[in-house]
Design a protein around this ligand. Sequence first.
Ligand code: AMP
Length: 369
Amino acid sequence: MRVGILGGGQLGRMLAIAGLPLGVRCWVLDPSPEAPARAVATHICADYRDRSALEQLVQAVDVITYEFENVPVESARALAELRPVYPPPRALAIAQDRLSEKTFFQSLGIPTPRFERVDTLEDLRNAVAELGLPALLKTRRGGYDGKGQYLMRGSDDIERAWGALGGVPLILEEHIAFERELSVIAVRSRAGECAFYPLIENHHREGILRRSLAPAPKTSPERQARAERYARAILEALNYVGVLALELFEHHGNLLANEMAPRVHNSGHWTIEGAVTSQFENHLRAIGGWPLGTTDSRGHCAMINLIGTTPSSEAVLKIPGAHLHLYGKSPRPGRKLGHITLCEPSEELLAQKLAQAQALLDSGTPAEE
Ligand code: AMP
């Protein structure tokens, strides 16, 4: 199977790596000459709207997917006329707009934080009156890793938040003082088979994912079942094929949907070593029309993102059982450069290894963490 991927970042790179033993070859379309996936895939270096590059991709591959959700929906739709494109471009269109995404969740009976559409300063005043403060003002499009967001604490913030973000379509969301953030990674095959990984507990700082624990500690089977029910509703409503991540807030015993990613997801990197089948392999199995692989975890796992700088590889590899993944990107503050995965037979052992890894990140190298 020859797979075309829109986007050639670390997600594309890990997809291509997962494809190699299955005989899958990947082509990535990415405008950056330094796209991390170029080390393991054929790189078409062009803009996502470049017609001749899209044509070249179509000629090279059997099926097309994406690893980056801000690719133009029109490009995905144009490609879908000529080759199967999975997940369906409609999933991309919904996920690109926070308002349509939350409206979609609600239409499926999936609870979300309360929200209001904001296009004018007057809308913002009305939305604050409706939802109260604190609240988060977010751009509907283009935000990622906490960018394009303004936390409004008091009514003085109305003008400030509008000054910072106004002029583009916005959404105001009530601020949820959640107990924790969770994600569920789901996959649906071309035959309609669904599989779900165990719930993942995610820790963010400054809007960026720092650490994931899987299976999420202290999670009841009921909580797992509810998350799966929500994810399944999305997969079925969209006739979805591939991996989908659904980010959730756990709050007063409820799960509230924050957003979905129609692609493999950072909170699923632990599955490479920590699950029987990785999210990357399962995405390829799904879009290739093959049976899905088992999603069980192999123990208690943690994934630590390496952000801004990386520690010495030798020091990481000295930690027994630690797995190091570097994405081949040049360092820059706030940039995801790699990750470390730890998998242990018990929570106690995992806590010990995590402490070792964290001590390493906190010392030695001038890590941004
Ligand atoms: P997002 O870009 O929507 O995923 O937001 C990035 C991070 O901001 C999330 O992972 C949360 O930590 C936080 N966040 C987003 N929306 C809310 C909300 N409505 N209430 C509280 N925290 C939020």
